[in-house]
Design a protein around this ligand. Structure first.
Ligand code: GDP
Ligand code: CA
Length: 311
């Protein structure tokens, strides 16, 4: 059994490669829910959905979120009522949020609903929300009107990740309990993979769930990460806008420093080969590979090399 810590699009691409080289039934993904929020009364779980849609091969590869061939008639119709629609939800995507919200309202935990959604999309990979308890990533940023704490999507989508970041916290994490199966999956995994996801707001919230970080530290020999930073920049998304202000060098070396306590090996890109000695100086084995997942074939090769790094 393999267990992966996963955010959204970076994780989804990696997991697609992973399930091409090992049976999907053997993979458990522990997925970030810190980005979850309510829009138009619906519970949206962006990272769970990115992973689900990508593994189902139904994702929009261009935008990196939502479904392929999606339409936005409902959003356009909402505009008539003057409702803010900066967080775009596609017409077919809305069905997922309607289903999830209805099931949650009926009392089902997020973990159960997630399993139902994954099954409906024909997935054989086990997707576990990091917790059934609400944990919300909050970003304190400098707006023109002053310093303000924003919900993650508010900063990222509405404000286009522009306001300079002051701090990040995971509201509710201290009192949360790891989702059913999460700690077992980490304890029993032959290998634990930290997907190439945003270290601050995708992997960070999972590490903040009580018990997770300690388990990873205890199993450090079996934990391998993939750097989401290539050539000093994220492939996409705002990782640099978060890492920099929080004092994390925006490079694979910065990622290694963040992960060194619980990662024994880090896969870095060929473009960063010159950084390998600096990564190793931190006590983390550096494995150089092609980590830019242009297509499913590259993602599969990357998954194979990542598994080999701690074999
Ligand atoms: P999000 O919640 O959708 O932003 O999802 P993630 O946190 O999982 O993914 C964002 C991270 O994935 C960013 O920091 C990207 O640099 C990284 N990423 C995306 N595509 C690739 C890729 O092809 N290779 C690598 N190494 N990282 C990637
Ligand atoms: Ca996300």
């Amino acid at each position: 059994m393999l267990t992966a810590l996963a955010g959204g699009v970076g994780a989804a691409r990696f997991l697609r490669g992973l399930v091409a080289v090992v049976p999907p039934e053997q993979v458990t993904a522990v997925v970030n829910t810190g980005d979850d929020d309510i829009f138009h009364g619906l519970h949206v779980s962006p990272d769970l959905d990115s992973v689900t849609y990508t593994l189902a091969d139904a994702h929009n590869a261009e935008t990196g979120w939502g479904l392929a061939g999606e339409t936005f008639h409902t959003m356009d119709a909402l505009d008539r009522y003057g409702i803010p629609t900066w967080f775009r939800l596609g017409d077919r995507d809305l069905a997922t949020h309607l289903f999830r919200t209805e099931r949650l309202r009926a009392g089902a935990p997020l973990s159960a609903v997630t399993a139902e959604i994954a099954a409906a999309w024909g997935l054989h990979t086990r997707l576990l929300p990091m917790s059934d308890d609400p944990i919300a990533t909050k970003i304190t940023a400098e707006l023109e009107t002053g310093t303000e704490e924003l919900a993650m999507q508010d900063w990222f989508v509405r404000h286009r990740a522009e306001p300079p970041v002051v701090s990040v916290r995971f509201d509710g994490a201290d009192d949360a309990v790891a989702g059913p199966g999460v700690l077992d999956a980490l304890e029993q995994a032959e290998t634990i993979l930290v997907c190439p996801s945003n270290p601050v707001i995708s992997i960070g919230p999972i590490l903040a769930v009580p018990g997770v970080r300690d388990l990873l530290v205890a199993r450090r020999d079996r934990v391998v990460g993939v750097s989401p930073i290539i050539g000093g920049r994220p492939v996409r998304g705002p990782a640099d806008r978060l890492m920099g202000p929080l004092g994390i060098e925006v490079s694979c070396v910065g990622v290694a420093r963040e992960y060194r306590e619980f990662c024994s090996a880090l896969v870095i890109d060929g473009a960063d080969a010159a950084h390998a000695p600096a990564v190793e100086a931190l006590g983390v084995r550096a494995v150089v590979a092609d980590t830019l997942m242009r297509d499913a074939r590259v993602a599969a090769a990357l998954a194979r090399e990542t598994l080999a790094a701690v074999a």
